[in-house]
Write a protein that binds this ligand. Structure first.
Ligand code: PLP
Length: 453
């Protein structure tokens, strides 16, 4: 299978090259040239598979340039790091309410589903090409730790993660800086996340530096991330009771649109998922889009659900591509308009399968309390946004994107109970190794020159 850019001005690539490239050279994002179709017979056959087997059945339709046995092995070792036998357990709270728990991976948030796999794909590429790879990214929290744990100790790779010193949660910092792995570099930048991001952009713009170190970015737009995320929707669909699964609404706590996009793409591949709820926090660009058609940036307000504190949803461009009838010229026009004015109004795009909700910080503790009292279930602050105003017309399955143990302060203030997790407790005993650097591209460049593999 080949992958094309949403902007139509970059050559089509095979799976491995599209994964290695990340952002297409024309500024677009890669999508499959044609989506495969999953039939009712496929779904019946899939229903008895384990999670890794299902993942293989799904990904093998896309990763056609990786030998079957190799792909199977890469997938198998990506999910042995999860602590729950089901990998993504479906929990029934009552007849109308289910939770899909996506936080049993090594960093206790859903990004592990994609980044464990991506780490193994990178390692595989190093082996095949006989070349090392240096991964560089900036994070305000979950993505950095998930990327680090995807590459932890992998031969031929090093990972450098910039984060704003003192501005991530202490547990998030420990997940990045207490791994003990020699190929992991937690770089604490004096400045904000935007400062770190700006320095990063400067380094990626330097072609010579980029080529010399075979630099690769960690970001939410990598094709492999979206495809890996399709699998847990398919898994959940197959686990739900027969009378429920065709009418249930998937409720997705959303920031970058990556998670919800994966479910929607799966629906386009013939899996009869009924509808999606786009659940934002107070940074509500997507809520405004799906309720009014108006896509407009405003400023980011830090919230109790920090991994959704995003204004421009980079993955939205993939949805846009289909919404404008797969017309790359139209995608370029909309993205250009959006870049210059910060806004775009959609006249008519298919909103049938989406509903939207927004939850502000004042509401989050109350929702956590309500869910706890009603179901004896603890939702983290991101998942709590999903529990706001569930559909009255149909059952819902809320995607639980992080473990409550990652956000003890908010949980304690809401219900007076401190959630814990053995892996986070273990981190507290480990030495923290971070390198403090100024928010300055030259200093970071120098660090990489000394430590790149
Ligand atoms: C990243 C993240 C999200 C948002 O996911 P998107 O793919 O950006 O929509 C939600 N919850 C948690 C815990 C996350 O880490």
């Amino acid at each position: 299978m080949r992958f094309i850019s949403t902007r139509g001005q970059a050559p089509a690539l095979g799976f491995s090259d599209a994964v290695a490239t990340g952002l297409a050279p024309d500024g677009g994002l890669y999508l499959p040239e044609a989506l495969p179709r999953f039939t009712a017979a496929d779904l019946a056959r899939f229903s008895t598979l384990s999670y890794p087997e299902l993942c293989y059945e799904f990904l093998s339709r896309f990763a056609t340039d990786i030998p079957a046995d190799t792909l199977r092995a890469l997938i198998a070792c990506s999910y042995t790091t999860f602590s729950h036998a089901d990998i993504a357990p479906v929990v029934k709270l009552d007849e109308r309410t289910y939770v899909l728990e996506l936080f049993h991976g090594p960093t206790l948030a859903f990004k592990d589903f994609a980044l464990q796999l991506l780490g193994n794909l990178y390692e595989h590429q190093c082996r095949v090409r006989g070349q090392s790879i240096n991964v560089l990214g900036a994070t305000s929290g979950d993505t950095g730790s998930a990327a680090i744990h995807g590459l932890l100790g992998k031969p031929g790779t090093a990972i450098f993660i910039l984060y704003p010193d003192g501005r991530t949660s202490p547990l998030q910092e420990r997940q990045m800086a207490c791994t003990g792995a020699a190929n992991v570099h937690a770089l604490a930048i004096s400045g904000t996340f935007d400062d770190a991001q700006a320095a990063l952009k400067e380094l990626f713009a330097d072609q010579e530096f980029r080529t010399r170190h075979r630099l690769s970015a960690v970001n939410s737009i990598n094709l492999a991330r979206i495809l890996a995320q399709c699998v847990y929707y398919l898994w959940a669909y197959l686990r739900l009771p027969a009378g429920v699964r065709d009418e249930i609404e998937f409720v997705v706590p959303t920031g970058n649109f990556g998670n919800v996009l994966a479910g929607w793409l799966l629906q386009k591949m013939g899996v009869p998922l009924h509808s999606f709820r786009v659940a934002t926090n107070q940074n509500d660009i997507l809520h405004r889009l799906f309720t009014t058609g108006d896509y407009r940036v405003s400023t980011v307000t830090p919230s109790l659900a920090p991994s959704m504190d995003i204004q421009v949803s980079s993955n939205f461009e993939r949805f846009l591509y289909y919404s404008v009838g797969r017309d790359p010229a139209k995608v370029r026009e909309v993205m250009q308009a959006f870049k210059t004015t910060g806004a775009y109004t959609f006249e008519n795009f298919d909103r049938d399968t989406f509903t939207a909700s927004r939850t502000n910080d004042a509401e989050i503790p109350g929702i956590i309390r309500d869910v706890y009292q009603r179901y004896n279930y603890i939702a983290d602050p991101h998942t709590a946004c999903g529990f706001k105003s569930l559909s009255a017309d149909r059952p819902s399955i809320v995607l639980a994107t992080a473990s409550p143990a990652k956000f003890p302060d908010t949980i304690v203030s809401a219900i007076g109970v401190e959630p814990t997790h053995p892996s986070l407790e273990a981190l507290k005993a480990r030495p923290l190794v971070k390198h403090k650097l100024p928010a300055d591209a030259a200093a970071i460049r120098d660090y990489l020159d000394r430590h790149a593999v």
